[in-house]
Write a protein that binds this ligand. Sequence first.
Ligand code: NAD
Ligand code: MG
Length: 429
Amino acid sequence: MKNITILGATGTIGINTLNVLKQHRHEFEVIALTAHRQVERLEALCLEWSPRYAVMADSNAAEQLQQRLTKKTKKNPPVQVLSGTEGLTFVASLPEVDIVMAAIVGSAGLLPTLAAAQAGKRVLLANKEALVMSGQLFMDAVRQHGAELLPIDSEHNAVFQCLPPAFKISHPPPLKTGDSSSNPLKGEEKIQNPNSKIQNMAAGGLDEIGVSRILLTASGGPFRTHSIEQLHDVTPSQACAHPNWKMGRKISVDSATMMNKGLEVIEAHWLFATQPKNIEVVLHPQSIIHSMVEYIDGSVLAQLGNPDMRTPIAHALAWPKRISSGVRRLNLVDIARLDFEAVDFARFPCLQLAYDAMSAGGTTTTILNAANEIAVQAFLQERLRFTAIPKVIETTLSRLSGRMADFLETILEDDARARKLALSVISEQ
Ligand code: NAD
Ligand code: MG
């Protein structure tokens, strides 16, 4: 029996996780469930799953949940209701918990996901923003505390499945002389040689096992064939109507701008300790190949399946074992063909912004992520045009330089600065 905490239980990934767990009730016990402000939804999940803890993001919502559960169960609820970041980090690091599903969307997921890594848990990472914000710090925590990091993002889960079974994401790369992580610069100092860390990491990464390239596939989102003129007038509901995947609204907009793929390139860089030039994106509209790994002998290994997040979730829950997920079998004859296209960086500038931020290193990706979150929120609230999203991010990046990202305080400071700046850039639009 494995004990699990689900951070972001009411979201798309959270619900898919509970769906897989329902099929394996004797192997997993749900210890804690968390949500932002969806009191009724978390109440329903608490009644169904009887976790020991439930966490709401704010104290008002927590109080409401407590009252509703007391009414329903006609006594003190057996579920302990907590709130805020403190509550989230508490349930992410409980000694009795083996597995933490990190499925909060955005920067709100950073502290609890980091807490799970620091507590040495098996961390099922859906919250890619945590890694984009604090890649070095997060991977250091995974290594130092012996956490087991398994990717839920379908592309990274696919890459992981195409790597040799002995490959472990927490495998420590050997330190080289001059590696800044053995001689940390102060947070205030600007990056001297932005690529030094990346180059050092590659020494212990995929090069050693004969991998020459990671090929991340991208569906291209709902606007793959739109012209720039057509992109100008798209609405939030059009952006959230992804052709292949059902996802939360923020990641749906990210898929439409292709910033999602940009965040995933950065995610791949940290998870697989490989240089940006070895990570390529190829458009594959059917989303059947979830990603590929190319080896130096010319072999290219791919992982295929129907686009359904229950596959990577089941894979990571049971790894290295396999369990059923409820996903429909792949029928290649029905699919008939698999297409591939090059990415158009002119229509989707967010992807280039992400590559550039990754090469700059340090908190530049923290700034990218924060500006993107603010711009996407403004677009979803119809305060910003779709085509202005990359402009807001680019302007924010041009006005705020990245710093060494060795300290959490520096990362959180630059995240806050970038949010403030992005808001003022939006007001200028
Ligand atoms: P979602 O919007 O459906 O769900 C987000 C969850 O996080 C909800 O439970 C919500 O209550 C919680 N949450 C939101 N803001 C919060 C806050 N401030 N504090 C605490 N909790 C908060 O999102 P999703 O589609 O499930 O995505 C979750 C994460 O997984 C994202 O980082 C996304 O990029 C990643 N991901 C999702 C998919 C997918 O298919 N949905 C695929 C790959 C990666
Ligand atoms: Mg993905």
